[in-house]
Ligand binder design. Sequence first.
Ligand SMILES: CCC[C@H](NC(=O)CCC(=O)O)C(=O)O
Ligand SMILES: NC(=O)OP(=O)(O)O
Length: 320
Amino acid sequence: MKTFFNVSDLGNLTQALAEAREVKNNRFGFQPLGKNKTLLMIFFNNSLRTRLSTQKAAMNLGMNVIVLDVNAGAWKLETERGVIMDGDNSEHLLEAIPVMASYCDLIGIRSFAGLVEREFDYAETIVNQFVAYSGRPVFAMETATVHPLQAFADLITIEEHKKSERPKVVLTWAPHCRALPQAVPNSFAEWMNAADVDFVITHPKGYELDPKFAGNIKVEYDQRKAFEGADFIYAKNWSCPGVTRPADYGKILCNDPAWTVDQEHMSWTNNAYFMHCLPVRRGLIVTDDVIESPQSLVIPEAANREISAEVVIKRILEGL
Ligand SMILES: CCC[C@H](NC(=O)CCC(=O)O)C(=O)O
Ligand SMILES: NC(=O)OP(=O)(O)O
């Protein structure tokens, strides 16, 4: 595997989930693969889970790890071509990328959407420069439009906890005080569409996800109807994806607290589990009693990030 951005990069999903179970039961069993190999993790944005779980996964595999926070100590990077660099940016990505690549065998990158120019974000302009100019395998640690390590961990968690062969999984929008990217819901929708689940998305009008990820899934705009009979509730905020309202790309269209997931919402379900990728804004996305309830899976879900990362890095190492 040379790049990891989409569910299709893993090939057969059933086999990938079986490999995840194998890795979870024997996470130190593949160390020869990573011996004397170096992972470079590049962060353009903050992180807790991705930073820790991906480093842990690489160490499980016997690798060396370098972590670079681009905005803390590195030179400010110019990402546009054809500009005169007489401003704050001291170095161009086109030099920095091959230099960084010379110190590692594979690269993980976090670079969130700018939420200003939809074309720039949805073309994955930043990360595709790393793919083009590093000469190294590159995997997403949340880029402008995808967060596949999170979605893979989410699916591993659903498989571990489902009580029926084909559970009903609901992706619900919830309000937030900031405009957030669509990467997490994009990947969650893409991976649920590839999995054997009864998938429903619910959100206010205007928040329709790009069909590239959501496919032709029917949105249920009535949140209560969507929740009825659900086995898993996956809550997340995202800003306007600019699909049905192009001029509003990246904007907050709604902040209605009626969308916040509380006990009444969960009472509409089939005693559903609650999931969220974290970090989560309590009181906006979900109430304290729901996220602290026995039905909340947010901690084991975060723990499975180590497993999804280890399977992905293992696949990349096997292809070196
Ligand atoms: C894994 C999620 C990362 C990011 N979340 C945030 O930026 C939340 C920041 C905040 O709540 O202040 C997002 O929504 O894509
Ligand atoms: N869920 C997730 O990716 O968390 P971080 O942003 O803390 O890495």
